[in-house]
Design a protein around this ligand. Structure first.
Ligand SMILES: Nc1ncnc2c1ncn2[C@@H]1O[C@H](COP(=O)(O)OP(=O)(O)OP(=O)(O)O)[C@@H](O)[C@H]1O
Ligand SMILES: [Mg+2]
Length: 406
């Protein structure tokens, strides 16, 4: 990809290029229709050869004022338009990109290593964005239109897609893609990037081994799921694990893993299968451990109960900005789930269910860090007694081992 060549990048962003690309695309479609070509049956190489050959002739016939590299860029983009996701195909193919966000035709951004960058691509107009959205959704049998202007879906490769179009989105169609990493981040990756240090890793690994009940807490996109995945890779092969998720993201290579996924209600609002249903069901499957991707509703009570009744080593994540905050969040969710007991009783239950919390965060620079590893020691009245074992110090940019402090 010649993304890095500033001259080509400028050219690809120009109106002239958009016009050229659009005209050439139309020319291709015309050729395909006139000659009745069944390009859906063609493989990549054949399409590539066809587009290159057409481009060569088109440049000559139309006397296009483009040089070799410009015509190559044009051919590549035309090919992406024909068989891929158009202007964003190159971003989808780029493994260093985590997220792709399109805010209307002229604003495309990518997230790399926690930071958002403007991407050197654009769409022709709103219709073009919608066409690409439809192409992304078609293989999974979904589409956006006026009656369903908002779609949240998971693609076959595990990537998550959200699309929302006018009139709901005021400034043009929007598309957000959270790409599914082909290779999950490993312990080595996280050590190398400084997400955690060796002492923290050794400590956590030992606790997973000793079947500690664990809660990973953090804000949106801070790396909770990634961390939970890492922790679960340390579970022994012999153990039977049931995972419960809204969209299967966890990747365990264990023999004894049963993966369960919730189901949203149908159009009549029926036949939903909730996380609560699945936690209850999981208890009858004689699991050694239960892993819930994220606790965000009624299932909180069942999960705490499961953790309190012999399913040691169970783990989950919770959306909260600190370990203290997590306790409030648990109380809130329990209240919504219809918990009627006293706060003191509830905290007692939390204290015996959860032994360790890991707080993950994202720094201003975009870097992900384990902000704290906190032990739950018990409860006293309306308070949970906790102690930091490790914490990250932003000033000195270092992970601090607090196990010696008392
Ligand atoms: N430690 C890390 N270092 C680098 N990238 C990371 C790290 N942790 C997560 N990421 C990347 O950040 C993105 C978000 O990660 P993840 O899905 O784990 O976050 P999350 O907190 O579970 O998000 P959500 O709130 O949407 O559930 C992913 O693209 C992931 O690959
Ligand atoms: Mg997550």
């Amino acid at each position: 990809m010649s993304n890095s060549d500033p001259q080509i990048t400028r050219f690809r962003l120009s109106d002239q290029y958009q016009q050229l690309k659009n005209n050439f695309h139309r020319h291709l479609i015309q050729q395909i229709e006139e000659r009745n070509l069944d390009i859906d049956q063609w493989d990549e190489t054949k399409i590539e050869r066809f587009v290159t050959e057409q481009m060569r002739r088109y440049v000559v016939d139309q006397r296009l004022p483009v040089n070799q590299r410009e015509s190559e860029a044009l051919a590549r983009d035309a090919r992406d338009e024909l068989m891929g996701f158009g202007p964003i195909q190159s971003l989808v193919d780029d493994d260093s990109v985590n997220d792709i966000v399109v805010n209307g035709p002229n604003n495309v951004f990518v997230e790399r290593e926690g930071r958002l960058y403007s991407a050197p691509v654009r769409f022709f107009n709103d219709t073009h964005v919608v066409r690409v959205i439809q192409r992304i959704l078609a293989p999974i049998g979904r589409r956006v239109d006026e009656s369903t202007p908002m779609v949240d879906a998971r693609l076959a490769d595990g990537s998550r897609v959200n699309a929302i179009i006018p009139p709901i989105a005021l400034d043009g169609p929007c598309l957000s893609i959270r790409k599914f990493r082909k290779q999950p981040l490993t312990a080595d990756d996280l050590l190398r990037s400084g997400t955690l240090n060796q002492a923290e890793l050794d400590y956590l690994r030992d606790r997973v081994d000793r079947r500690t009940n664990l809660l990973v807490v953090g804000g949106t996109g801070t790396g909770k799921t990634t961390f939970l995945n890492l922790l679960s890779t340390w579970i022994s092969e012999e153990e039977r694990v049931v995972t419960i998720e809204d969209a299967a993201e966890l990747r365990l290579n264990h023999r004894h893993v049963v993966r369960l996924e919730t189901r949203p209600p149908n159009l009549e609002g029926q036949r939903a299968v909730t996380a609560r249903d699945l936690v209850r069901n999981a208890l009858r499957m004689r699991p050694d451990r239960i892993i819930v991707g994220e606790v965000r509703g009624d299932e909180v009570l069942d999960m705490l109960q499961a953790m309190n009744t012999g399913h040691d080593g169970s783990m989950t994540t919770l959306h909260a900005n600190s370990c203290r905050d997590a306790v409030h969040r648990l109380e809130l969710l329990a209240g919504f789930a219809g918990y009627t007991g006293s706060e003191t009783t509830f905290l007692g239950q939390v204290a015996s269910a959860i032994q360790l919390m890991v707080h993950v965060g994202r720094l201003k620079s975009g870097e992900r860090r384990v902000m704290a590893i906190t032990e739950v020691l018990g409860s006293r009245g309306n308070e949970l007694i906790m102690r930091d074992l490790f914490r990250y110090d932003i000033e000195t940019r270092s992970h601090i081992d607090c196990r010696g402090d008392l």
